[in-house]
Design a binder for this molecule. Structure first.
Ligand SMILES: Cc1cc2nc3c(=O)[nH]c(=O)nc-3n(C[C@H](O)[C@H](O)[C@H](O)COP(=O)(O)O)c2cc1C
Length: 238
């Protein structure tokens, strides 16, 4: 049997440990939020669900069809706590960055500023609790680092784009299965420390983010307020 039909057989025949949420594609795309306070730290996540999310993520594009994306799934408690401590340290440095830290960004609108402060409360919470999530996910790209791209936009973009779409697919697949994730990057200030905890060869494997993975408390998430599409589209010219 070809690899393709093996995958199709698997996806059709697999009996997922959970039923998919009744979300149409637009609902899935518009309600996959950064989940932090509503992560259920006490409910274990079955390995089979993680495999499903990774298998679906593998359907994302990759440069030259190279498929250099890798997912590090951290379940070991001691390692989660160690990564959580690195995250906490980086998060406290980020909190001191005026104009970068989420709480210090003025949206110029009372409603949006209120939403921003709620997001900041949620981000602060994760700053203290990253290591409490039952699973941590670190998507990586293998084969070289953006720093080695020598300022070449094409090379740096390719390193990133070989893994970023895959991770977003992973997050969508997780949401469809009742789980929450949150894209975070502050630990990359101390990427080497996390590489050392997990035995990642730093020079050839680049981490691109860190996400908790857990079932969510409730599954009702809303679309966020976003700028109107027309304000960011450039028709035919910048
Ligand atoms: C590049 C990037 C970096 C981010 N870094 C962090 C982070 O370090 N910590 C965190 O709590 N959230 C982080 N976020 C999540 C954003 O705060 C979140 O996506 C944003 O507030 C919008 O919220 P929503 O995704 O729920 O709509 C990051 C998101 C992106 C795309």
């Amino acid at each position: 049997m070809s690899r393709r039909s093996v995958f199709h057989t698997w996806i059709l025949a697999s009996v997922s440990p959970v039923a998919l949420l009744p979300l149409n594609p637009d609902e899935l795309l518009s309600t996959t939020r950064a989940v932090r306070k509503r992560l259920d730290f006490d409910k274990p996540v079955p390995d089979e669900l993680i495999r499903e999310c990774v298998s679906l993520a593998m359907q994302s594009p990759s440069g030259s069809n190279s498929m250099t994306m890798q997912f590090i799934i951290v379940k070991d408690e001691a390692k989660r706590k160690a990564i959580g401590a690195v995250y906490r340290e980086c998060f406290s440095q980020y909190q001191a960055m005026d104009g970068v830290y989420i709480r210090t960004i003025d949206k110029g609108d009372a409603v949006l500023n209120q939403q921003q402060q709620r997001s900041a409360d949620s981000a602060d919470y994760l700053g203290d609790h990253m290591g409490d999530a039952p699973v941590l996910v670190i998507p990586c790209n293998v084969g070289g680092r953006t720093e080695a791209a020598g300022g070449l936009g094409m090379m740096a973009s390719s390193v990133m784009a070989n893994i970023l779409p895959a991770m977003w697919s992973f997050m969508l697949a997780a949401r469809a299965r009742g789980m929450g994730t949150a894209w975070t990057t502050v630990h990359l200030m101390m990427e080497q420390q996390v590489a050392d905890i997990l035995g990642i060869p730093f020079d050839t494997v680049q981490q691109v983010c860190l996400s908790p993975l857990a079932f969510t408390k409730g599954t009702d998430f809303k679309a966020a307020i976003r700028p109107d599409a027309e304000t960011i589209i450039h028709w035919d010219k910048w």
